[in-house]
Ligand binder design. Structure first.
Ligand code: F6P
Length: 364
């Protein structure tokens, strides 16, 4: 099909590599198809409220290494259940999906590239079902999207976390302390596990394996008795204790944003350990440093490959799909097949097996 005018938006939490994708989509659409590229701003909000900008070769020239997204993003703004204040100051949810479809047509677009994680791609699929020619591009630092080997943003986040662990190792050893690093990962512990292995952590706690605090203590004590009175622990924000305890949450707001903030498990664990053990305990929460900043080479290359492939797929009219890394190639996966599936670390994963085989404790 002819690609005269294409749209692209970034939705959900940002990550490193989004601009590499925007640049790749823009350059291949212009250089291969002489198309015009419209960047929709602030996720689907830009489609609802008419916020957009034209993306040119010049506009995307120096953004390959830039963190964040030049289009802006939001993890609110679901066009199917848009949260807004009603006349009485209460919160209501409205379905504005038809407005999104109408505005897409008004912009004269031939297709829409939606760059996002699980939530954003589900919205993309629903818009596809309403007739919009959509192609999804997977992103999330959590690496928990079904259908692709890796999402871009993940490797950069792992690098940030393992750099932090390298630093915690030396200060922890010097002071004979237990150093806890809390990393992101709501339902999947990919960042914790991979950075923990890369950073030589002694204990790694992930959402997929509920941890027993006694086992954690046992491991720290054993290390101490063997002449290593320090330990480095990585904990994913979504990790929870055995015995059905709830995840520790920073805040669960019921304001317009309606977004639950994870975080707090690191300090919770620090308190628990320091009450039981005669070693000092310190906690570092890495937070959004994992999401911002320059993408590493892997994410720049992956973002570029996904963007260029997405344009090719649009040219072939293969809408309703997500571009995905199926090593070593990029291929297409139906958006429908992803619906709501969180790709967790399988309990039988080799990564878990080999981590434990070299003596890493997973809290069990
Ligand atoms: O979904 C990706 C993620 O990085 C989660 O791991 C984390 O809980 C969340 O984003 C934080 O999002 P926010 O930007 O809303 O604090």
């Amino acid at each position: 099909m002819t690609l005269k005018r294409i749209g692209i938006l970034t939705g959900g939490g940002d990550c490193s590599g989004l601009n590499a994708v925007i640049r790749s989509v823009t350059r291949s659409a212009i250089l291969q198809h002489e198309a015009r590229v419209i960047g929709i701003e602030q996720g689907f909000d830009g489609l609802l409220f008419g916020w957009n900008q034209e993306l040119t070769l010049d506009a995307t020239r120096d953004i390959l290494t830039l963190g964040g997204t030049i289009l802006g993003t939001t993890n609110k703004g679901n066009p199917f259940s848009y949260r807004e204040y009603d006349e009485k100051g209460g919160i209501r949810e409205r379905d504005y999906s038809q407005t999104a479809v109408d505005n897409f047509k008004r912009l004269g677009l031939d297709c829409l590239f939606v760059v996002g994680g699980d939530g954003t791609l589900q919205m993309a699929y629903k818009l596809f079902a309403m007739g919009l020619p959509v192609i999804g591009i997977p992103k999330t630092i959590d690496n928990d999207l079904e259908g692709t080997d890796y999402t871009f943003g993940f490797q950069t986040a792992v690098q940030v976390a393992s750099d932090a662990l390298d630093r915690l190792q030396t200060t922890g050893k010097s002071h004979q302390r237990v150093m806890i690093l809390e990393v992101m990962g709501r339902s999947a512990g990919w960042i914790a596990l991979e950075s923990g292995i890369a950073g030589g952590a002694h204990i790694i706690l992930i959402p997929e394996i509920p941890y027993d605090p006694d086992k954690v203590l046992e491991n720290i004590r054993r290390r101490e008795s063997e002449g290593n009175p320090y330990s480095v622990v990585v904990v994913a924000e979504g990790a929870k204790e055995t015995g059905g305890r709830e995840i520790v949450l920073e805040s669960a707001t019921e304001n317009l944003q309606g977004v639950v903030h994870y975080g707090g498990v690191g300090n919770y664990l620090a308190g628990k350990i320091s009450r039981e053990i005669d070693l000092e305990v310190r906690c570092t929460v890495l937070g959004h440093t994992q999401r911002g900043g320059t993408p590493n080479c892997f994410d720049r290359v992956l973002g570029t490959r996904l963007g260029a492939y997405a344009v090719q797929a649009a040219k072939e009219g293969r809408f309703g799909n997500m571009v995905a890394l199926k090593t070593p190639e990029i291929s297409l996966v139906p958006l429908q097949s992803l619906a709501g599936i969180v790709r967790k670390i399988p309990p039988t994963s080799q990564l878990i097996k080999y981590a434990e085989s070299i003596g890493v404790n997973l809290g069990r």
